[in-house]
Design a protein around this ligand. Structure first.
Ligand SMILES: CC(C)(COP(=O)(O)OP(=O)(O)OC[C@H]1O[C@@H](n2cnc3c(N)ncnc32)[C@H](O)[C@@H]1OP(=O)(O)O)[C@@H](O)C(=O)NCCC(=O)NCCS
Length: 180
């Protein structure tokens, strides 16, 4: 079927295992490479950030319910969270949230699923999403994982290009759904 007729999402995978520097050093070099202005900071997000994460999500048109975001930030039966944020002068302007889960969808071993990525419009096109995804990948690698996966809308070519430029490739997993 030509891709123009296909509804839905594709799964992208970043695969590979390599020797990694310690996480702190890796993050410092990511920040340096991104040449961020003073006052911009990359940092891990924890449950204590639930209000800021909910505030940013709401500004990006998602749920403003802190409880929902808390559930994503804390260790739970769902998986181990991998969450990073970029703040400017102490205010969160971008975030990436995901989970490490094992044996989902017939995949063998643990995979870090990148589930939510967002940067405030005023801070877009400055490389912050790139920095966040690189941080997500470094963090996953430092936990011994060899794979990061995400889902993107099949028709969102800019987003597909974005992930492609970061080394993600289309995987053999196909998203399927049924209306209820
Ligand atoms: C997608 C998103 C996170 C990109 O954030 P960003 O900080 O602007 O991204 P970066 O600056 O790191 O990279 C920008 C690159 O991504 C590409 N890109 C990805 N998605 C894009 C989009 N929707 N519109 C324009 N460019 C996009 C561009 O090619 C751009 O490259 P360029 O600046 O060299 O032209 C941001 O647009 C956003 O938050 N959108 C709303 C939420 C969303 O769609 N999230 C993704 C699904 S969870």
């Amino acid at each position: 079927m030509p891709s123009a007729e296909v509804e839905g999402q594709v799964t992208l995978l970043l695969d590979g295992r390599r020797r990694r520097p310690a996480l702190g050093r890796a993050m410092a070099s990511l920040m340096e490479a991104a040449a961020l202005p003073d006052g911009v900071r990359l940092r891990p997000l924890t449950v204590d950030d639930e209000d800021e994460v909910a505030r940013l999500a709401a500004e990006l048109g998602r749920s403003a319910d802190p409880e929902q975001w808390r559930a994503r930030l804390e260790v739970s039966g769902y998986g181990r969270p991998v969450c990073w944020g970029v703040e400017v002068d102490g205010r969160l302007v971008g975030q990436v949230l995901g989970h490490v889960r094992g044996d989902d969808f017939g995949l063998s071993g643990d995979v870090a699923w990148l589930e939510v990525l967002g940067v405030l419009p005023a801070w877009q096109r400055r490389g912050l999403a790139r920095l966040l995804v690189e941080a997500f990948v470094e963090d996953s690698g430092s936990r011994g994982l060899s794979r990061v996966a995400t889902l993107v809308n099949l028709h969102d070519q800019p987003l597909r290009r974005f992930f492609r430029s970061l080394g993600f490739r289309q995987s053999a997993l196909l998203s399927m759904e049924r209306r209820v």
